[in-house]
Design a binder for this molecule. Structure first.
Ligand SMILES: [Zn+2]
Length: 392
């Protein structure tokens, strides 16, 4: 792109515009581009476009992948101006004909790509592709899908970055105390317990590995929960396989509100299929978690309604994890890897997203109650109401 005449600055130029460029580059030098500092300090006349500034501009152009001509025109000035923005400094939105550009847009595009929302080439320009990716991200995380990146979306990004696993129970408890409120999920702590892990793969069939599958599902749930202010604790990493006692202890120490234990089943009988849920229940009179049962039923209903997986019902059990946790705990066996149709569906990331949505809505319903009309403004409440209307 050619530089416009009245915006053109180069060796020999003089005046306040040169000082402005020098000042902006010096600010970058102290921050993102420290190698420029030597070239900018000690100029006898800061309004003069001297050799030092020329070298600084060329170094900057090199760094940004611009044409290295040492001339500050529209392109270069736009890049210098954009370089001062960090993600979160300003509202980002698609403005046709005058695309926003800057380091914050670069950071946004990289973040979206990392999270699996293709924003196209990372070019630091907020164009239509970036806007589409933002909308997808917003929809996936339960935010209004307006395609603009404002405070709510920044917060979702932040929460995703802060999302922690294991270990940080004290931090999580503090956050929880501050944020706990009312009838919604925001401010609560949910433990996600992907079954198996490390060398213990769990079931394997039809090319699927249970431990990997449920970790992937847990990550999808995590993203959605953290985006609405829920603190998420994992009981394991990709490489560990705690005992059931250890998993219960992690959840208890975190002071969690709920635990979701994620598994997929397998059976020698190839026609075994469907979803089942389990809660703590040994004897209705003495050892029975009523909330656990309620949540297990909600989860089952949501998954069956949204996926059409066969309904294998919810069941009371006195398994270690169910028994030793102090919060409502539900174990979900989400389909049979040994069943070709179940396996084919579980292999599809979009299907795992549907499962994650179903779990999220069932948690929200646990706290809302079916007849609660509190307008919380979180989490697909419109969806939830429409769903309730259609299924009640
Ligand atoms: Zn399992």
């Amino acid at each position: 792109m050619s530089d416009s005449k009245n915006g053109l600055l180069g060796l020999g130029s003089h005046g306040p515009a040169v000082l402005d460029v020098r000042t902006r580059l010096a600010a970058l030098a102290s921050d993102a581009l420290p190698e420029l500092a030597d070239l900018l300090v000690g100029a006898p006349d800061p309004e003069a476009y001297d050799e030092g500034l020329l070298h600084a501009v060329r170094a900057f152009q090199q760094h940004k992948g611009l044409i290295v001509d040492g001339v500050v025109g529209v392109e270069t000035f736009g890049a210098i101006d954009g370089a001062r923005w960090s993600l979160g400094d300003r509202l980002l939105t698609h403005t046709p004909g005058h695309l926003q550009r800057g380091e914050d847009v670069v950071a946004l595009q990289e973040r979206l790509n990392t999270l699996g929302f293709a924003s196209g080439r990372v070019d630091g320009r907020f164009g239509p592709e970036t806007e589409r990716a933002v909308r997808s991200f917003q929809r996936a995380y339960g935010l209004p899908g307006d395609g603009s990146v404002g405070p709510e979306t920044f917060r979702a990004f932040d929460d995703l970055r802060r999302s922690v696993s294991g270990g940080s129970a004290n931090v999580l408890r503090e956050r929880e105390r501050v944020r706990r409120s009312g009838h919604n999920l925001s401010g609560r702590t949910v433990v996600l317990d992907p079954g198996h892990g490390g060398d213990n793969t769990g079931a394997t069939a039809n090319g699927l590995v249970e431990s990997d599958l449920v970790m992937d599902l847990a990550r999808r749930i995590e993203g959605r929960l953290t985006a609405i202010g829920v603190a998420v604790v994992f009981t394991r990493t990709e490489h560990t396989c705690p005992t059931e006692e250890e998993r219960a202890a992690i959840a208890n120490n975190a002071g969690a509100d709920l635990l979701l234990s994620l598994h997929a089943d397998s059976h020698d009988a190839a026609d075994a299929s469907g979803v089942a849920t389990f809660f703590f229940g040994r004897d209705r009179a003495t050892s029975w978690s009523a909330i656990g049962e309620h949540l297990a039923d909600l989860v089952l209903r949501e998954i069956v309604a949204r996926t059409g997986l066969a309904n294998c019902r919810s069941h009371g059990r006195s398994w270690t994890l169910l028994q030793q946790t102090t919060m409502p705990t539900v174990r979900i066996e989400a389909g049979y890897l040994s069943h070709p149709a179940d396996a084919a569906r579980l292999a599809d990331p979009a299907f795992r997203d549907t499962l994650a949505e179903a779990l999220l809505v069932s948690l929200q319903r646990l706290y809302l109650g079916d007849d609660d009309t509190t307008k919380t403004g979180v989490l697909h409440l419109g969806d939830l109401r429409a769903y309730l209307a259609a299924h009640s």
